[in-house]
Design a protein around this ligand. Structure first.
Ligand SMILES: *Cc1c(COP(=O)(O)O)cnc(C)c1O
Length: 418
């Protein structure tokens, strides 16, 4: 009986997300001593070499904010805010509410929620449209029987991260034309989804899509994960009529790598919160955010909005120019600045070469940079054309000089002798 009671109580605490550390520590003194020793050892051993100590070779990031490449480096103010947040306990619902209010006021949104990445923001936004704040529905998903459980996409807007939407147990309904959209909207429609970076691929453009959703009274969500900067995008899509907009925290905003931001209508944002952490029995519980990430992203948004964006842009252009100059004059090599039309819309450098003169493929150049000293990662590419893309926005001070020097070395060494 007694054991049963304890189990049940613990189970309840787990359900509520309140379980204390299970079990006792035999000898606290022993544990503390071991702890002290290992802390001292860690401090001695790894100061500034935490990755090397694991046998890893950190790299200069001339690729951009790719998750696999550990996204961004946070400004020191953000790291300091996270460290301060890490030192005391706080109620997560209270912190989420307060930080959400602060962020919302900065970007003129009704409400805001810090999530664990943009992908999780997509899950929570979808769950908000399917379940709202209904406790029974929140517990039951991904079983969405008898709920509104269809999300409408343009066919060209299907993408890898739509798994985050499908996790909620919804059916994706694909459409291409306006007439198809009109026909697809029924009493089962939970949400209309738009992928900002696919705007140029679909027949229905972003503004029009938001207007239809509005007219039909269906909540709409836009994924703009990698579309900041420009900073105006934090407000533009809501102004355009989207009910919710989702962004990565660890990309251009330069917050914690595992953070994201969901902005939009107050009732939906509140429902999104109820569909995820810290609430245990929810579809979004796997996407836990801690006090450090919440405070970190809030601070990153504040800093980002205060930044002199024109000055930063000029600095990026200077670095692009400098790397271009470093490879200028190598036989068969040309370079030019470009700004991707959408997603990561910041100055990049494209280096192109004549393979008849410089005898390397794109992948061979990328590999030489990766295997060289220091290690350098460039923008991933689907093809193997003789063209290398360099992003400068994640470079740390002075690293552009190293990138220029190494690119020149690798290309020059491959010039075929006549
Ligand atoms: C990066 C990205 C995501 C995922 O964002 P996370 O913050 O890494 O979860 C989703 N959608 C698009 C378009 C992205 O570029």
């Amino acid at each position: 009986m007694c054991a049963m009671f304890r189990w049940t109580r613990r189970n309840f605490l787990w359900q509520a997300g309140l379980a204390p550390i299970a079990g006792g520590f035999g000898s606290r003194a022993l544990a503390a001593a071991a702890n002290d020793r290992s802390t001292a050892k860690i401090t001695r051993r790894t100061r500034g070499r935490i990755y090397e100590d694991l046998g890893l070779r950190p790299f200069i990031n001339a690729a951009g904010t790719y998750t696999t490449l550990s996204a961004c480096i946070m400004p020191s103010e953000v790291v300091a805010a996270m460290e301060e947040a890490a030192r005391r306990h706080v109620s997560i619902p209270e912190l989420q509410e307060a930080a959400g209010k602060r962020i919302a006021s900065l970007v003129a949104s009704e409400a805001a929620l810090v999530t664990s990445g943009c992908a999780e923001a997509l899950t929570l936004a979808t769950a908000a449209c399917v379940c709202g704040s209904d406790a029974e529905k929140i517990r039951r998903v991904p079983d969405t029987t008898a709920m509104k459980n269809e999300v409408i996409f343009q066919k060209s807007h299907r993408f890898g991260y739509d798994h985050a939407i499908r996790n909620v147990g919804v059916q994706v309904v694909e459409i291409e034309t306006m007439e198809e959209l009109d026909r697809a909207i029924t009493s089962r429609t939970a949400m209309l989804f738009f992928l900002n970076s696919a705007d140029h691929l679909g027949r229905i453009k972003r503004q029009e899509f938001a207007e239809i959703a509005r007219k039909k009274g269906i909540p709409s969500l836009i994924d703009a994960a990698a579309d900041v900067p420009p900073a105006e995008n934090l407000t533009a899509f809501l102004k355009m009529g989207y009910d919710m907009a989702a962004f990565s925290g660890g990309k251009g905003i330069r917050g914690p790598q595992c953070s994201g931001l969901l902005l939009g209508r107050k009732d939906l944002i509140e429902a999104a919160f109820l569909n995820g952490s810290p609430h245990a029995d929810t579809v979004g519980r796997g996407g836990k955010v801690g006090k450090e990430e919440i405070v970190g992203l809030m601070t990153a948004v504040e800093l980002f909005l205060k930044q002199d964006h024109q000055r930063v842009w000029k600095e990026w252009e200077n670095q692009v120019r400098s790397i271009g100059k470093a490879v200028a004059g190598i036989q068969g090599v040309e370079s030019e600045q470009f700004v991707p039309a959408i997603a990561n819309a910041v100055p990049h450098l494209a280096i192109k070469w004549d393979p008849a003169i410089v005898g390397l493929t794109r992948d061979e150049v990328a590999r030489a940079l990766r295997e060289g000293e220091p290690r350098i990662e460039v923008r991933p590419s689907a093809g193997n054309e003789p063209r290398l893309e360099i992003a400068v926005w994640m470079l740390q001070p002075g690293e552009y000089l190293t990138v220029g020097r190494r690119c020149a070395q690798v290309l020059r060494a491959a010039v075929r002798k006549a």
